[in-house]
Design a protein around this ligand. Structure first.
Ligand SMILES: *[C@@H]1O[C@H](CO)[C@@H](O)[C@H](O)[C@H]1NC(C)=O
Ligand SMILES: *[C@@H]1O[C@H](CO)[C@@H](O)[C@H](O)[C@H]1NC(C)=O
Ligand SMILES: *[C@@H]1O[C@H](CO)[C@@H](O)[C@H](O)[C@H]1NC(C)=O
Ligand SMILES: *[C@@H]1O[C@H](CO)[C@@H](O)[C@H](O)[C@H]1NC(C)=O
Length: 304
């Protein structure tokens, strides 16, 4: 019995569960929806248009659907005298937020309201997910496509370009598509490697010998490397995508936040594999003393 092996067994089991959760978080409604990679806040989309809706509609020639739509909404809002409390997204038939996961996206509304005010602290705003898309391997979140589909469905005759949706967001996110696909593949490989690392650690509890320590060192390092790269790419994707969306989306009231909970999850999994591989290195070194040990330490004792 190699009791030290119990530690890496536990560590890799925990890492296996965490990396599994990273991949499947938010993959269906009610399952860890708040562990998104990034969350798009579209609750105030087109607000700038609404703000100058009255003035522009009077002087501009545009007699298009958007202006008349804005006009209707604006007057109905004025009736309620609750101007800034309303979710503009809702008026357009959109959701307040869209949270992108590794396999799908979820959508829903902020409750009780999307914008913090004097009585509503931002920490009291929570996400109420209404639905999630189907699970898809190599899923890439494309906000333009998603939003346009919803606009089409809602029956509001407004198109995303009329809301001044910035092309730069699409270009920015397209550049990240490869990263998004790579993340999925890397998490799958990482899960497989961590599972093997778990099994070899399990075997090593019962099979002593340096060979098994060595096999475990290699397995754990490999698993650590792959989950580390997956985490790094996922982090880079979350940071870069939210940066792009915030930079260009600001003008039309769209913002994004990177999913800190998801990032904690994936980096903790990475950390666990690092610790597991360090434990095996330690065991390997110990083993050398143990197996070659007696004569040498005897000699050492004599020398001393
Ligand atoms: C703050 O927002 C909430 C939710 O939209 C609303 O019910 C409340 O009346 C607002 N309070 C103030 C002071 O505007
Ligand atoms: C959503 O975005 C709007 C406008 O960018 C902002 O005022 C609001 O605080 C955001 N809401 C949440 C819950 O992040
Ligand atoms: C969340 O959304 C569901 C519908 O999907 C609704 O029935 C429920 O009342 C909402 N919860 C809150 C707190 O608004
Ligand atoms: C999601 O899956 C269901 C059944 O599995 C299917 O009927 C539906 O069309 C799918 N939705 C999309 C958007 O692909």
């Amino acid at each position: 019995m190699r009791l030290l092996a119990i530690l890496p067994v536990a560590l890799s089991a925990a890492a296996l569960i965490l990396s599994f959760l990273c991949l499947f978080a938010g993959s269906k409604k009610g399952f860890m929806e708040d562990y998104a990679v990034i969350t798009l806040n579209s609750s105030q989309i087109g607000q700038s248009l609404f703000d100058d809706g009255d003035s522009s509609s009077s002087n501009s020639d545009s007699d298009n659907a958007l202006t008349s739509f804005i006009h209707n909404v604006t007057s109905s809002i004025e009736d309620e005298i609750e101007d800034t409390l309303t979710s503009f997204a809702k008026d357009l038939g959109l959701h307040d937020f869209y949270s992108a996961h590794l396999l799908d996206f979820c959508e829903g509304y902020y409750v009780p309201g999307p914008v913090p005010n004097a009585t509503l602290d931002s920490s009291d705003i929570s996400q109420n997910v209404t639905s999630c898309s189907n699970r898809t391997a190599m899923y890439t979140f494309d906000p333009k496509e998603v939003l346009q589909k919803e606009l089409n469905k809602s029956g509001v005759d407004v198109n995303l370009d009329e809301l001044n949706w910035p092309e730069d967001i699409n270009d920015g996110l397209q550049a990240l598509e490869a990263a998004s696909n790579a993340t999925f593949v890397l998490y799958c490989i990482a899960i497989a490697l961590i599972a093997i690392a778990f099994l070899t650690a399990l075997v090593a509890i019962f099979l002593e010998g340096r060979l098994w320590s060595f096999v475990n060192v290699m397995m754990d390092w490999l698993a650590f490397l792959v989950i580390g790269i997956a985490s790094a790419i996922a982090t880079a994707f979350a940071v870069k995508a939210s940066e792009v969306i915030n930079k260009y989306g600001n003008d039309i009231g769209v913002s994004a936040t990177k999913g800190s909970k998801f990032l904690v999850l994936t980096w903790v999994a990475t950390g666990l594999m690092l610790v597991a591989s360090i434990v095996w290195c330690f065991d390997c070194i110990q083993g050398r003393r143990r197996y070659r040990g007696p004569s040498r330490s005897y000699a050492g004792d004599k020398l001393r």
